[in-house]
Design a protein around this ligand. Structure first.
Ligand SMILES: Nc1nc2c(c(=O)[nH]1)N[C@H]1C(S)=C(S)[C@@H](COP(=O)(O)O)O[C@H]1N2
Ligand SMILES: [Mo]
Length: 425
């Protein structure tokens, strides 16, 4: 992969052809939005209209929103995946984001019975079952407990679930957009359970949501005491209604389905409850007819977000390959990228925070000169686990599963820079 390495020192690199050269040649600079109509009067050496008049004053928008030029950066859904609006999913526009934090308004949502509207003054969290003292907490009670701030990814177990039998959806928003990474503020469950006390026979915790789905999952008590939170803030502000306002369960590294929203009840027991969401759903049917169950951990996974089908390459020359990687087993150790369908790999640079059970952002700086690429990324986590190819995964799991598809994604990059979701074997 020597042709993809940029060897010049940063100070001597020229990443793009100079803008003046391009203008002189009558070509739009690649740094300008190519889809929008360019207003020549606004370009240097002219002084643009926005420099000649006062702008909007403060508090024109008491709660701010993105620039009107960013209207395309939105959650999207897929019509044929949408049974009803209430039992549905929207996808994070991963191809439009950078860094590791997902902005609140762009976090994918998954609801089984729509968004419950819970007033904070009427919110209650009940802790009962095998406890010394059954308790009911108000929302104000929750906010008085010691709290922590933690950044975690949440991935729906069904993320990439449409790709088990082959390439189907085109765009990482749709194939991988059931993931977000957020800073949560909340109370460790071990703090709340110290209030109620735990009977020695307790081994499992049933978590139930206050929405009409009354979503329930059994979670091992050891996990609950290890790192689970009752969170009420995301990225500093209160949870959004669609993400469980006023309080949700945070189950770091484990299936999104277990992160019960609008959390109303935690019951301690001595065995799992075998609810719908852990028997007929969220189990993985294997080729021999048996099903894997209690597949809680989300295995390590990575995805190139740019270039990608919704973010094609716009000019030859210097190109940054960028993506996200995460592991439900701990920290990401390394990410590799390949431009030849996995024959040769090169280590990507991880930039920014590397945290337990959180996304990392990786980059690989390359040159692209119109040659066809088969672009891939693979992650290795701190346990030594290597993200498998889709074929390797299918050898073990068959193709009947919906959940836990963490196989390596391949993109074909065409000579015109367009990118397509494909498979290699
Ligand atoms: N009460 C309740 N909790 C829920 C759900 C739900 O429908 N009801 N959906 C679950 C599923 S399947 C996922 S993937 C995550 C999605 O969280 P998000 O909507 O904040 O992205 O919430 C989980 N918690
Ligand atoms: Mo999910």
């Amino acid at each position: 992969m020597s042709d993809t390495n940029v060897s010049a020192s940063p100070s001597r690199r020229r990443f793009l052809a100079t803008a003046s050269g391009l203008v002189a040649a009558g070509v739009a600079s690649p740094v300008l939005a190519q889809d929008a109509k360019i207003d020549a009067k606004a370009l240097p050496p002219n002084v643009a209209d926005w420099s000649k008049a006062l702008g909007e004053g403060v508090v024109a928008h008491p709660y701010g929103s993105p620039s009107k030029f960013e209207k395309h950066v939105i959650r999207r859904d897929v019509e044929w995946l949408t049974a009803s609006r209430e039992s549905s999913v929207s996808f994070t526009p991963l191809h439009e984001l950078d860094g590791i934090i997902t902005p609140n308004g762009l976090c994918f949502e998954r609801h089984h019975s729509g968004v419950a509207e819970v007033a904070p003054q009427d919110y209650r969290l009940m802790i009962h079952g095998l406890v010394e003292r059954p308790m009911i907490f108000t929302f104000d009670d929750l906010k008085r407990f010691p709290r922590v701030n933690r950044i975690y990814f949440l991935e729906c177990a069904a993320n990439s679930g449409m790709e088990w039998r082959g390439a189907q959806l085109n765009g990482c928003q749709y194939t991988h957009g059931m993931v977000h990474c957020v800073e949560y503020t909340g109370v460790p469950l071990k703090v709340l359970l110290a209030e109620s006390g735990i009977k020695p026979s307790a081994k499992w915790v049933l978590a139930e949501g206050a929405d009409a789905a009354a979503m329930t999952r059994s979670i091992p008590l050891s996990k609950i005491l290890d790192d689970c939170l009752v969170a009420y803030r995301m990225n500093g502000e209160m949870l959004r209604p669609e993400n469980g306002y006023p309080a949700r369960l945070v189950v770091p590294g484990w299936e999104g389905n277990m992160w019960v929203k609008w959390l109303r009840r935690l019951k301690l027991g001595d065995e799992p409850w075998e609810t719908r969401e852990e028997t007929s759903k969220y189990t993985d049917l294997l080729a021999d007819g048996k099903a894997r169950k209690h597949t809680f951990v989300m295995d390590a996974k990575s995805i190139i977000t740019s270039p990608s089908p919704q973010a094609p390459i716009k000019g030859k020359g210097f190109t940054v390959i960028s993506g996200l990687a995460w592991s439900g087993r701990g920290k990401v150790k390394r990410v590799d990228v390949s431009v030849d369908g996995g024959r040769n790999w090169r280590e990507a640079t991880i930039d920014g925070l590397v945290l337990d059970k959180a996304c990392v952002r990786f980059y690989a700086q390359t040159q692209w000169n119109g040659e066809p690429w088969l672009l891939q990324s693979r992650v290795i986590d701190e346990t030594g686990y290597v993200q498998p190819s889709k074929d390797d995964l299918r050898k073990i799991r068959g193709v009947n599963s919906i959940y836990h598809n963490n196989g390596i994604q391949t993109y074909a990059v065409k000579p015109d820079g367009e990118v397509e979701n494909v498979e290699v074997s």
